[in-house]
Write a protein that binds this ligand. Structure first.
Ligand SMILES: Cc1ncc(COP(=O)(O)O)c(C=O)c1O
Length: 449
């Protein structure tokens, strides 16, 4: 058990990790965080793909403070605010064919709200039999029970197996682990098979991450994939929900990952980076043609939360969007992403690195035991976690993930730095990454013998 004031059980905080010692962060600046001893940490993943604008942004802090000074809370059933109106205006202007934005506090809430809305839409449109939701495997959509159900991560669901509901599965487009370009998972044939098996008349929606997040380690589907999915969704009258909580807000070098495929979803979820992490803000966007049906029917979306449409969080989102627009940060993300991926290429030579992939400032590095067979490392090694700890020891924060191969095995490290990162900082990130990898790799070799 770790010792120190900021560890369990020495502090009254119920920490997310009960077996580690927490450095206390006292200041952030750009891509750097500083703890109370003055030690710097290079934030290689924006916490959890969140701090897109970097730390210590005073303009966002001022916008939130100004809103809180005028008023803090109003209830979304009784009043509206400039912050909610202006943010909705800005977000819908960025999203062709999506005219209405519903604000919540977490990505999982946005996913739940979108799924519930899809079912409600069909019920109120006179098709109450359309209730099933299709989802990818692997996938991740959040941790509240419906969002957990939508995700395929078996290890997170195990304990709650009798509380989660079944989502018919579609194999995720995962080029590295496919059989080649004709793999049904890459051609969308597997999607159509799943639709026909479940019965198109019973399906309300298909929810998917347009570019993989942690679940498939930044896997990028082939160029035609989403157009095919879009046309199949249209043919079978299935709503396409793009979960861009992670890949949206510019992370892959375009405002949404799906727009790079020339495709518009029916519902879009955003979260994480839309406020740059300065406030817990997420949203789901819908077109008027769908919302009109509910407006003419029951009159409100059935996802009620006290903190939805919160003025202070919306003010943070609006300030973040204005900064991204004024400083052209999404374009910068695309440019810096190209640089990062060019630097990460050399990791392919490492014996434990099976693949390096991603888009924009989203990168996934997949570790394997055998590069030829792509055999994953034994889960008992907890390689992803050991790697993240070694990186942390070197002052680099990365996001580890596991389970990408079969729900249990498969090890990934993810990088997703703030968009304001410089080339020099990316160089430093890759150096620390390699150093951590070489150290942890030695322990694998030792254990093999
Ligand atoms: C694609 C995706 N959807 C939804 C969520 C859930 O977001 P939150 O953790 O804010 O509830 C996540 C979180 O990682 C995610 O990556």
């Amino acid at each position: 058990m770790p010792l120190g004031p900021f560890s369990y059980p020495n502090s009254p905080v119920h920490y997310r990790r009960l077996k580690r010692l927490y450095p206390k962060i006292v200041r952030g600046e750009g891509v750097w965080l500083y703890d109370e001893t003055g030690r710097p940490y290079l934030d290689g993943c924006g916490g959890a793909y969140v701090a897109n604008l970097g730390h210590g942004n005073h303009a966002i802090a001022e916008a939130m403070a100004a809103q809180a000074r005028r008023f803090g809370y109003i209830n979304g059933t009784q009043f509206t605010s400039d912050a909610a109106e202006d943010l909705a205006q800005a977000l819908t202007a960025l999203s062709p064919n999506l005219d209405k934005a519903y604000f919540v506090a977490n990505g999982g809430d946005a996913v739940e709200a979108a799924l519930k809305f899809a079912r409600q839409y069909w019920a109120e449109a006179g098709r109450p039999e359309k209730t099933k939701m299709l989802a990818l495997d692997p996938s991740y959509h959040g941790n509240t029970l419906l969002a957990l159900s939508a995700g395929a991560r078996a290890s997170s669901k195990k304990l709650f197996h009798d509380w989660v509901v079944d989502f018919p599965r579609v194999p995720a487009p995962y080029p590295y682990r496919s059989t080649g370009p004709d793999d049904p998972a890459l051609t969308a044939e597997a999607f159509e098979r799943a639709v026909l098996k479940a019965g198109p008349d019973t399906i309300a929606a298909f929810i998917a991450e347009p570019v993989g997040g942690s679940s498939t380690g930044a896997s990028v589907p082939p160029p035609n994939y989403w157009k095919r999915i879009r046309s199949l969704c249209d043919r079978y009258q299935i709503l396409l929900i793009a979960d861009e909580v992670l890949s949206g807000a510019g992370r892959t070098g375009t405002w949404t990952a799906l727009e790079a495929y020339g495709v518009t979803p029916d519902l879009l979820t955003l979260g994480k980076g839309i406020s740059g992490g300065y406030a817990p803000l997420a949203a789901f966007l819908a077109p008027r043609r769908l919302v009109d049906v509910v407006a003419r029917g029951s009159g409100s979306a059935q996802h009620n939360q006290t903190f939805s449409h919160h003025p202070v969080t919306c003010a943070a989102g609006l300030a973040a969007l204005n900064i991204m627009r004024d400083q052209r940060l999404v374009e910068r993300c695309a440019r810096m992403g190209t640089y990062l991926h060019s630097k990460l290429e050399r990791l392919r030579e490492h014996p434990l690195v099976g693949d390096v992939r991603g888009k924009g400032l989203l990168a996934g590095i997949e570790f394997v035991a055998d590069k030829g067979t792509k055999k994953p490392l034994p889960r008992s090694l907890k390689f992803a976690e050991a790697f993240a700890d070694a990186a942390f020891d070197r002052g680099l924060v990365v996001w580890p993930n596991y389970g990408n191969v079969d729900g249990e095995t498969g090890d990934l490290a993810m990088l997703a730095p703030p968009f304001i990162v410089t080339e020099k900082e990316l160089d430093e990130m890759v150096l620390r990454f390699e150093d951590a990898l070489n150290t942890v790799a030695k322990t694998v070799v030792v254990k093999r013998h």
